[in-house]
Design a protein around this ligand. Structure first.
Ligand SMILES: NC(=O)c1ccc[n+]([C@@H]2O[C@H](COP(=O)([O-])OP(=O)(O)OC[C@H]3O[C@@H](n4cnc5c(N)ncnc54)[C@H](O)[C@@H]3O)[C@@H](O)[C@H]2O)c1
Ligand SMILES: [Zn+2]
Length: 344
C-alpha cells in the first residue's frame, strides 16, 4: 500500500488487515498531508518512510507483493501554482516509478485511488439540446451569483445528471490533471504488461481521521474544523452544489472488493466509488451543524475557480462488478463525524 499513513490509506490498511491480507505500507509523510510526525505504524502495520519517486525504495518495497494498492498522492485543488511541480512529481512521476518497478518485479495487479475530479463538471442536460458539456466557469457569472452552468448553445441553466464511468474526462485543476494522468499511465501499463488495474474514482470522502482544515482539505474537513471551534460552517456559492459524500469506511470496503477483483479482471477498468445518494454542500453543512449542536451555516457567495458546480455519481458499475455498495448513510456518517478525531 502506498500512502497508507494518509486519511483514506489508514482505513484501507485496517480493512485489508482485518480481512486477513498481509499488508506493507510505504509513505513519505508528505508535509502537505502531515503537519505532525509520520506515525510509526497504522493498524498495527509498520510504516516504511520512503518517497515513491525513489526507485530503489520502491523496488525494495515490492518484494513478495501480489497487489499494489496505490493511495499515495498530493491532494487538494492545486490552487497555489508553486505546488504544481510537487503535484506532478508525487502523483505522476511517483506513479511512473511505481509502475516501472512493478513491471520489473512481476507485480501485475493494481488498485489505483483515482477521483471524481477526472470528470470535471458532472453530467448535464439541456431541455432543448439534450446532453451537453458546460464550458469553463466564467468569473463574471460567479461574481454575479450565477452559479448554475448554462447550456453552451442556448445559455439556459442546465439540469445535472448522474455521471457514469464512460463520461468524458475533463480535468479542471492541476490536481485533477495529475489524477487523469495517473489513469492514463496505469491504462498504458496494463496494456503493455497484461496487468489488471481497478481505478477507483472516489467521490467526496469524509470520516474519522480526515485532515483538519488546510489548503489541501476537502469541504467536510473545513466545515468540521469550524464546527469544532463553535463557528458556523461557511458555505461557498449558494450552497446548492451537488456532490456525493461517501464515508471512508465504505471507501475502504471498495478497496477490499477491488483487490479481490484484480485477480480476475482483465486490463484496466474505472469504478465510481460513491454513496449513490447525492447531497448539496449546504445540506452537508446543515447536517454537521445540527449533529454538533452548533450555529447554523452561513452561505457566503464566495467561489473558487477550479471548483465545479455539480458532480453526482452513478454507482451501478461498482455494485455489479465489484459487489460494492456503500452502507453508511449521510445522517449516520455525519453524526459520527461531528465529534470524530481529525488528523492534526
Ligand atoms: N479525500 C478525498 O475525498 C479523495 C477523493 C478522491 C480521491 N482521493 C484520492 O485518495 C488518495 C488518498 O487521499 P487522502 O485523502 O487519504 O490523502 P492524504 O493526504 O491523507 O494521504 C495521502 C498519503 O500519501 C502520502 N504521499 C504523498 N506523496 C507521496 C510520495 N511522493 N511518496 C510516498 N507517499 C506520498 C502522504 O504522505 C499521505 O500520507 C489520493 O490518491 C487521492 O487523490 C481522495
Ligand atoms: Zn440548450
Amino acid at each position: 500500500m502506498t500512502g497508507g499513513a494518509g486519511f483514506i490509506g489508514s482505513h484501507v490498511v485496517a480493512t485489508l488487515t482485518a480481512s486477513g491480507c498481509e499488508v506493507t505500507v510505504l509513505d513519505c509523510g508528505h508535509p502537505a498531508a502531515h503537519r505532525g510526525p509520520l506515525p510509526a505504524e497504522v493498524a498495527g502495520v509498520p510504516v516504511t518512510r520512503a518517497d515513491l519517486r525513489d526507485p530503489g525504495a520502491v523496488a525494495a518495497a515490492l518484494t513478495d507483493v501480489d497487489v499494489v494498492v496505490h493511495q499515495a498522492a498530493m491532494v487538494g485543488l492545486g490552487v497555489d501554482l508553486d505546488d504544481l511541480p510537487d503535484y506532478v512529481g508525487c502523483n505522476d512521476l511517483g506513479t511512473a516509478v511505481l509502475l516501472a518497478r512493478m513491471a520489473r518485479a512481476g507485480v501485475h495487479r493494481l488498485v489505483l485511488a483515482s477521483s471524481m475530479v477526472v470528470y470535471g463538471e458532472g453530467g448535464y442536460s439541456c431541455a432543448e439540446h439534450g446532453r451537453v458539456r458546460p464550458g469553463p466557469r466564467v468569473v463574471a457569472d460567479l461574481a454575479a451569483g450565477v452559479f448554475e452552468p448554462p447550456c453552451p448553445i442556448c445559455r439556459t441553466p442546465l439540469v445535472p445528471e448522474l455521471v457514469g464511468e464512460d463520461a468524458p474526462l475533463d480535468p479542471r485543476s492541476v490536481y485533477a490533471a495529475t489524477k487523469v494522468a495517473q489513469e492514463h499511465l496505469t491504462a498504458a501499463w496494463a496494456r503493455q504488461t497484461g496487468g489488471a488495474v481497478a481505478a477507483l474514482r472516489y467521490h467526496n470522502v469524509y470520516g474519522p481521521g480526515m485532515p483538519r482544515d488546510t489548503p489541501y482539505s476537502g469541504v467536510a474537513a473545513i466545515f468540521r474544523s469550524l464546527v469544532e471551534a463553535g463557528r458556523p460552517p461557511r458555505v461557498f456559492e449558494d450552497g446548492g452544489q451537488r456532490r456525493d459524500f461517501v464515508h471512508v469506511r465504505d471507501v475502504a470496503a471498495a478497496n477490499l472488493a477491488a483487490v479481490a477483483a484484480t485477480e480476475t479482471l482483465g486490463g484496466w477498468r474505472a469504478y465510481n466509488v460513491a454513496s449513490g445518494r447525492p447531497a448539496t454542500v449546504g445540506e452537508l453543512a446543515a447536517e454537521l451543524s445540527r449533529a454538533a449542536g452548533g450555529p447554523a451555516p452561513v452561505t457566503t457567495g464566495e467561489f473558487r475557480l477550479g471548483d465545479v458546480r455539480h458532480v453526482v455519481a452513478r454507482p451501478d458499475r461498482a455494485a455489479t462488478e465489484l459487489g460494492f455498495r456503500a452502507r453508511v448513510g449521510l445522517a449516520e456518517g455525519v453524526a459520527e463525524f461531528a465529534s470524530a478525531p481529525l488528523r492534526g
